[in-house]
Write a protein that binds this ligand. Structure first.
Ligand code: GLN
Length: 242
């Protein structure tokens, strides 16, 4: 963070925004502005270099082929590695989450190297695709309310020893490996299978990213009525019998 301005980087909207991921950028941007911050939002297309001096980076979901292209470009670019070394906060969804791990299975059925910024490994699920609403209890260390989101993925993700599961599912599949976990995180890098977009359904996660970027323990409260209405609607929908 420099002065009162936050640099928010949305990585590869041309490849990884199949599931309304722009909403996550909008929510972080708005909640930062509501706290009096100047926000410089940079939407970085896949033919542009990743800036290394961002405060928060967002990476969204995508289909299998764009996911492979994004991984190739991010590996080659190396800017995200440098940003994380500089202490940047990264929040990733689904395909973006898989890319941040050590490896995943690409659209050609081959093992594709990820960025290794999060200690997870993704494999291809042999069963039905994981699709539907999810409710999950977030790791109590993070002090956040229940996670609500929508999942749509074929890959399954194993969380390694130097990452922690982000949440434990109550409804839905999450990481899908049978251990009940959903997503993963370390000190500064977060991954989840939740769409929604997830930060509109869980604005407290957006605030957590801001607090980490600002290195503060609390933020002034903001009006959450519409977020709460969306949350409650989706939680009720998730609990409907199928
Ligand atoms: N292509 C990945 C999978 O199916 C990620 C999908 C997504 O981002 N929703 O596992």
């Amino acid at each position: 963070m420099s002065d009162n301005s936050l640099r928010l980087v949305w990585i590869y909207p041309d490849l990884l925004s199949t599931y309304g991921d722009q909403g996550n950028a909008l929510v972080v941007e708005r909640r930062a502005r509501q706290r009096g911050l100047d926000v410089a939002r940079l939407d970085v297309r896949s033919d542009q270099p990743i800036p290394t001096s961002g405060d928060i980076y967002l990476i969204g979901g995508g289909e299998d082929r764009p996911q492979r292209l994004a991984a190739e470009r991010l590996r080659r670019d190396r800017g995200l590695y440098r940003a994380v070394e500089n202490g940047a906060i990264v929040f990733s969804v689904c395909a973006g989450y898989q890319i941040l791990g050590h490896e995943f299975i690409n659209d050609l059925g081959q093992r594709e190297e990820g960025l290794g910024l999060l200690d997870v490994v993704s494999v291809r699920g042999e069963g039905e695709r994981c699709v539907g609403d999810v409710l999950a209890d977030i790791d109590p260390r993070l002090g956040l309310p229940q996670l609500t989101g929508f999942e749509n993925h074929q890959g399954l993700t194993h969380v390694g020893p130097t990452a922690r599961p982000l949440a434990q599912v109550r409804l839905g599949r999450g990481n899908g490996t049978g251990d009940g976990t959903e997503g993963a995180y370390n000190d500064t890098v977060f991954g989840t299978y939740m769409h929604g977009p997830v930060l509109a359904r869980n604005p407290q996660i957006a605030d957590m990213l801001l607090k980490l970027a600002l290195d503060v323990n609390a933020l002034p409260p903001v009006e959450d009525r519409w977020y709460e209405a969306l949350r409650n609607e989706r939680i009720a929908a998730a609990q409907q019998p199928a």
